[in-house]
Design a protein around this ligand. Sequence first.
Ligand SMILES: *Cc1c(COP(=O)(O)O)cnc(C)c1O
Length: 361
Amino acid sequence: MVDRVYNFSPGPATLPGEVLQQASKDVVNFKETGIGLIEMSHRSKEFIAVTEGAEQLLRELMDIPDNYKVLFLQGGASSQFYMIPMNLLGKGKKATYLNTGAWSKKAIKEAKLFGDIDVAYSSEEQVFNRVPKDSEYSVADDSEYLYFVSNNTIYGTQFPEFPDTEKMLISDMSSDILSRKIDVSKFGIIFAGAQKNMGPAGVTIVIIRDDLLEKTPENTPTMLCYKTHSDKGSMFNTPPCFAIYGVGEVLKWLKKQGGVAAMEAINKEKAGILYDCIDSGEYYRGHAEKDSRSLMNIPFNLPTPELEAQFITEAEAIGLNGLKGHRSIGGCRASIYNAFPKEGVVKLVAFMKEFEAANQA
Ligand SMILES: *Cc1c(COP(=O)(O)O)cnc(C)c1O
């Protein structure tokens, strides 16, 4: 195995080393077929088995009920921002959105093109440092769905519990899918770009309740109807073969780690180590309010921007990469998704303590 640094990148994000090793072999010669994975027909029996295997494992790991379809789509999670309202709304139809960060803001902008959008909550004035409790907003009876981003990648906030409502939920889980146990049956649609917590960039997973496939307005372009992709097993056109394969390999790895419940316990432990360090003094300041904290992305500040720049440079020199915060809030951010090893968090915390001792403001 090559020397690996600890990669705190928010996405594309670190993948399990064994997945990368396996992929490097399969790309050249897939399962001794003499054909490389990325030059193989998507309609070959070998590749169909890859797609079906990935879907089966996802169903097993997330306990997805039978009345849900799993789709492998392109266009990134961002394309779901318009596909959802395009398929589910229309003239006179309403939906409720919670504005908890840059990704919900973008989704709201697109949704307004297709329906009457009620933004029932926003933490924008507080630079998105929290997510709401149920008591802080209400959902109109005539709303088709309640949309929220379960983990706000940039601001490091996460819904500790999902909204408790009879309304159908739709969630962008791009940065925390498979990180904790969830009840899929509360959702109409769950979607996630693979490149944060699930695999390489290029595929977006959409888990959709099957009755919703029939709601699409008639004048919707074929490629943008969920039903098109559902009817053809995500093979209406050429799918993103390598990315689907990558997701399948990550899911195999995840199952070996003990599945989602085991992952959730490890994620709590990893994030706890870092939050304990942040909370141990005044030097490091977390961006998110405590009861909204994310287990996946942890943005924090040092006393000055100069110290932050020095911190990032020195961290990189000892193999702690990708700690620069998003340009919208600056500072540092540690993204510690499922595949990020605990040893990397321990090493970061040791470095944080040393840095603080050596560099008082
Ligand atoms: C990264 C991210 C997106 C955008 O994903 P793309 O696949 O690049 O379109 C959307 N939502 C969340 C929560 C993200 O973290």
